[in-house]
Design a protein around this ligand. Structure first.
Ligand SMILES: N[C@@H](CCC(=O)N[C@@H](CS)C(=O)NCC(=O)O)C(=O)O
Length: 342
């Protein structure tokens, strides 16, 4: 076993694992892929038991450190490797990319979870496939047990993510709107911000891979409604072949495609009110987040990690120069995302 490269421990059906593996592939960073909890998994326990885990070798056959959470993982990789960067040099554009990355990670993930664990065909497919990541030779009786256990646990967590009967139309409408916007975008563009992928591309890919390329209910919708987006997901899975010239290839913020402005509006209608209400609920000690999304009431229990995400966004904005803050404000004005910054 080679212990000289980075190791990523994850699972095939995990959106964030796929996100990070696609980042490593595109960036030409050598890595070893390990299925978490399989016989190849030799990684120490991370601080929080989630995937993907990224582990740095210590040069003596062990690991120097391990970390979780895909956004900070990307940030650390940016510090350690300079080629094929995901972050534009224009700090204001980089901020917009960071914001939309978080929209994908924290909102689109609700849509992903909702479809996978609500409809029978999707539940059944996930229940059959997920246990096999750990062991292809799983004996049949254990496969059945794991299938039942995973389904029970994941369906039981639906409400925690926000996938309830009364929120269903909000999540599903947001899926359709996001597909329509992206389908239109890819009629003239390769990636979200021009001719090279950024953090938003990989975050969207992570959530859209299950939706458009794995789970039957949302996949059937996407093939009819947004075939270009399905094909784009297949591309982003492995962009090691995509040619990059230095720091070139990014759009300028002032010439952002109209479709990306629409995507910001989508985030401003859904993700932004949720993130703000979630933050406020935690601050006031309330046990429920209630907010209005597209004229409907959206409810779920508060989520600590997502309050941290909002804080990171506010810090990133505070760290911009006043010129760049003004450029970001101009870009976000009227989208609903500007409300995140106050
Ligand atoms: N914020 C993390 C999220 C990672 C995460 O939620 N991973 C899920 C699977 S995709 C997980 O490990 N959940 C633990 C569990 O289901 O018990 C990131 O950005 O990577």
């Amino acid at each position: 076993m080679s212990n000289s490269s980075l190791v990523i421990g994850g699972a095939f059906s995990s959106p964030y694992s796929m996100k990070m593996r696609a980042v490593l592939r595109y960036r030409h960073i050598p890595y070893r892929w390990v299925l978490r909890n399989s016989k190849w998994d030799d990684l120490p326990a991370p601080p929080v038991p989630v995937i993907p885990v990224l582990a740095w070798p210590d040069g003596k056959g062990g690991y120097r450190d391990v970390m979780v959470d895909s956004s900070p993982q990307i940030t650390r990789l940016e510090k350690e490797y300079s080629n094929r960067s995901l972050v534009p040099q224009d700090q204001a554009l980089a901020f917009i990319d960071f914001l939309l990355e978080d929209f994908a990670d924290e909102w689109v993930t609700k849509i992903m979870y909702h479809y996978r664990w609500t409809y029978e065909d999707d539940i059944e497919k996930a229940g059959q496939l997920l246990p096999l990541d750990q062991n292809l030779q799983l004996p049949e009786a254990m496969h059945t047990k794991a299938h039942d256990f995973i389904i029970k646990r994941q369906v039981g967590r639906r409400a925690m993510i926000g996938s309830t009967d009364s929120n269903t139309h909000i999540l599903e409408n947001s899926y359709m709107d996001t597909l329509d916007i992206l389908e239109q975008h890819f009629q003239s563009q390769e990636f979200i911000f021009g001719d090279r992928p950024g953090r938003t591309d990989f975050a969207l890919y992570g959530q859209l891979k299950p939706l458009l390329w794995q789970d039957p209910t949302p996949m059937a919708i996407a093939v009819k409604r947004a075939p270009r987006v399905v094909n784009w997901v297949q591309r982003v899975d492995d962009l090691s072949w995509w040619e990059i010239n230095g720091n070139e290839g990014w759009v300028t913020l002032e010439a952002l495609e109209e479709t990306i402005v629409e995507l910001l509006h989508e985030a401003g209608k859904t993700y932004a009110p949720f993130m703000i209400a979630n933050y406020e609920a935690l601050k006031s000690g309330s046990d429920e987040v209630v907010c209005e999304i597209t004229r409907s009431e959206y409810r779920q229990a508060p989520f600590k990690y997502q309050a941290k995400c909002l804080q990171w966004i506010r810090e990133a904005f505070d760290n911009l120069s006043s010129t760049d803050q003004a450029r970001v404000e101009e870009c976000l004005s009227g989208t609903g995302c500007e409300n995140l910054l106050v």
